[in-house]
Design a binder for this molecule. Structure first.
Ligand SMILES: [Zn+2]
Length: 274
């Protein structure tokens, strides 16, 4: 089963917004998943986070979380690595409190490092983070995201390598992969190969429980510029939906379009008609 998530509280939510109202409104629109955007900071009020989880459960809405942007596991300053690990652990712990299944993380900037050394930095931090798993986030997946800029760690192979080693699964952002390759990853053949590669590393069953991101995207030589609504982009989103359906991909696909719930529903309805 594949669910299509809106990126945070729908923009058409009446009143002052907030996650609780957003969940109810998402449900009324026919949306059955949401990625909670803790991109500035992780909330500290566990009681409120538990209420969000309870409401989501009652409404039948599955949750994922986006961890804060202020993370760099490859920083030259040790205290910044420690703070980054702390933010990741906080996001994972609060995700556990609200019953979110997976937390996506922008792991690192490459800086002067090559792929091998930066992957090593991510590996060392992941080892420390995963030591907390059984006590703080036993049911939550740590999903390193495939990233859109050349300056960022997170190619498919890098994310898969760490995922396999620690028994976790990455957040596959196919828009980022499209941007990073300056226009690649936009055909059914390429998406088929992507899922083949993913299944080869993480096992065939892993395709039934994925954390995916998708949107239109603007890009150039250095990769990602910014996200776009599908209508304004060159994304062959219908082709992508055909591959998702054909491969019976399961899990949660977060639609990260600036058109928010409009594009989430566009994907959902088109997918259902296929
Ligand atoms: Zn992201």
């Amino acid at each position: 089963m594949l669910r299509f998530a809106c990126p945070g509280t729908p923009k058409s939510t009446p009143g002052s917004g907030g996650t609780l109202k957003g969940l109810k409104h998402a449900k009324s629109l026919g949306i059955d998943a949401m990625e909670i955007e803790w991109v500035q900071s992780v909330p500290k009020n566990a009681e409120h986070v538990a209420d969000v989880g309870k409401a989501a459960k009652e409404l039948g809405i599955a949750l994922t979380v986006h961890a804060p942007y202020f993370i760099n596991l490859n920083s030259e300053e040790k205290e910044k690595i420690v703070a980054s690990e702390g933010r990741i652990i906080a996001a994972l712990s609060m995700a556990q409190v609200c019953g979110a299944v997976s937390v996506c993380v922008h792991a690192a900037f490459n800086g002067k490092g090559d792929s091998k050394t930066v992957t090593e930095s991510v590996r060392r931090s992941t080892e420390r983070i995963m030591k907390q798993k059984t006590t703080l986030f036993p049911d939550v997946n740590l999903a390193y995201e495939t990233m859109g800029k050349h300056s960022q760690w997170g190619t498919l192979d890098e994310a898969l390598e760490i995922a396999k080693e620690f028994g976790i699964y990455p957040c596959i952002d196919t828009a980022h992969m499209h941007a990073r390759t300056n226009g690649g990853m936009n055909t059914e053949k390429e998406w088929e190969e992507l899922f083949d590669r993913y299944a080869k590393v993480l096992g065939k069953k892993s395709l039934k429980k994925m954390h995916l991101h998708y949107s239109g995207i603007a890009y150039g030589e250095k990769g990602e510029k910014h996200h776009l609504a599908f209508e304004e982009s060159d994304a062959d989103w219908k082709g992508f939906l055909r591959v998702l359906k054909r491969r019976e991909i399961g899990g949660i696909l977060v639609c990260e379009s600036p058109a928010m719930e409009d594009d989430t529903l566009l994907l959902r309805k088109t997918y259902d008609r296929l």
